[in-house]
Design a protein around this ligand. Structure first.
Ligand code: EPU
Length: 341
């Protein structure tokens, strides 16, 4: 266990905010976490890789971080070709994806290169290229931060929806996730329907090489190429990936908008039509523009970046200005995906 007072969180948030936590504790096991519980007083924030957070100032409480590691494989437990794996919440998400792909276990390859850790993947229901964490999660193991009791949540108990879960809503702050069980498969069926993924795999790659879709490794590499081309590296430009969620509007609203914007991209989803916020922000002319030291990424308008030394106020002001412009132009409210702390 590691514990610090007045600890700088600079290395724990990809937006690069130089803020402090009154107390910071990193635990290595469930036993250590249980022992910590009686010492927790005041505000408590459990973080993962800090890749989906924007700190608005110092955190006057305890920041917890899991260093529970390990991947256990339960072959043959599931039906047919299913492989059930139990992964420590503190494992780096992309290390787990790389491990699954190199073992030939399918299910998470489309989620390659998403920053963050395994515990947070189950809180945030991370998603990309047609796959969401909920599609592969079987169970979530957690410890109640009030009583220390263990609880295993079946996937149906997790309240999963687009970037939503019970752990962000009804049970926010109540449980610390210790392990996530994933159901993978030894006979993967590649999922290539999203955007230009099939084209990337079947035609030419950005480096001009022809790469037919052969297996999990090819899908992983194509997704790494797409992400690297569009999303800024937080080590170079502070950011937290997509800053906004993609809004879902009613069919009527969508049809009315489509008359004015026939080229508008959209996806039919349960309950309406999803419109990419990045496209709307781009249409408002914000792509590549800045306000103070906060900017809209020049290759993907859904991502806000810290040009260097931006305060959280500068980022929040940019966020609010963009929301206002999108509302004025399209009559749609967009909301941050990033958690403002
Ligand atoms: N678009 C523009 N201009 C832009 C950005 C996007 O016109 O500046 C258009 C694109 O051309 C495309 C559409 O908007 O037609 C959607 O864009 P893209 O496929 O890049 O996906 P996204 O909606 O911007 C979502 C996720 C990403 C995920 C990708 C791929 C959310 C909030 N974001 O982005 O997730 O990687 O799909 O599945 O749902 C993240 O959550 O941090 C993240 C990066």
């Amino acid at each position: 266990m590691k514990e610090y007072k007045d600890y700088s969180l600079l290395g724990h948030n990809t937006f690069g905010m130089d803020v402090k936590a009154k107390r910071y504790v990193e635990y290595d096991s469930e036993e250590e976490l249980r022992a910590l519980i009686p010492t927790l007083e005041g505000k408590v924030l459990h973080i993962g890789g800090g890749s989906n957070l924007l700190f608005k100032g110092d955190f006057d409480g305890t920041v917890l971080h899991s260093a529970i590691k390990g991947i256990q494989v339960y072959l043959g437990i599931g039906e047919n070709d299913e492989v059930v794996v139990r992964v420590g919440a503190g494992e780096v998400w992309d290390d787990f994806v790389a491990w699954a792909v190199s073992n030939g276990y399918g299910g998470v390859e489309n989620l390659s290169l998403i920053p963050g850790e395994v515990g947070a993947s189950a809180v945030q229901n991370i998603g990309a290229y047609g796959v969401e964490a909920k599609d592969v999660i079987a169970k979530v193991e957690a410890i109640d931060l009030q009583s220390g009791a263990f609880r295993s949540f079946g996937v149906d108990e997790c309240g999963y929806a687009y970037r939503q879960s019970i752990f962000k809503n009804e049970l926010k702050g109540r449980y610390a996730i210790t392990h996530v069980m994933f159901s993978l498969t030894r006979k993967p069926k590649l999922k290539l329907e999203y955007g230009n993924l099939r084209a990337m795999l079947c035609n030419n790659t950005p480096d001009g090489e022809s790469r037919p879709a052969r297996g999990l490794g090819d899908v992983r590499q194509a997704i790494i190429d797409i992400r690297n081309a569009k999303l800024p590296d937080p080590k170079v430009l502070g950011n937290a990936g997509s800053f906004f969620m993609n809004p879902v509007v009613s069919r009527e609203k969508f049809l009315a908008l489509q008359k004015d914007y026939p080229q508008m991209p959209f996806y039919e989803v349960e309950g309406g039509v999803k419109i990419p916020a990045g496209w709307m922000i781009d249409q408002c002319g914000w792509k590549g523009k800045s306000l103070g030291r906060a900017a809209v990424h020049d290759k993907q308008a859904l991502v806000l970046v810290n040009l260097g030394g931006a305060t959280s106020d500068e980022i929040v002001t940019l966020c609010e200005t963009i929301c206002r412009d999108v509302r004025e132009k399209f009559g749609i409210d967009i909301h941050p995906e990033v958690n403002l702390i």
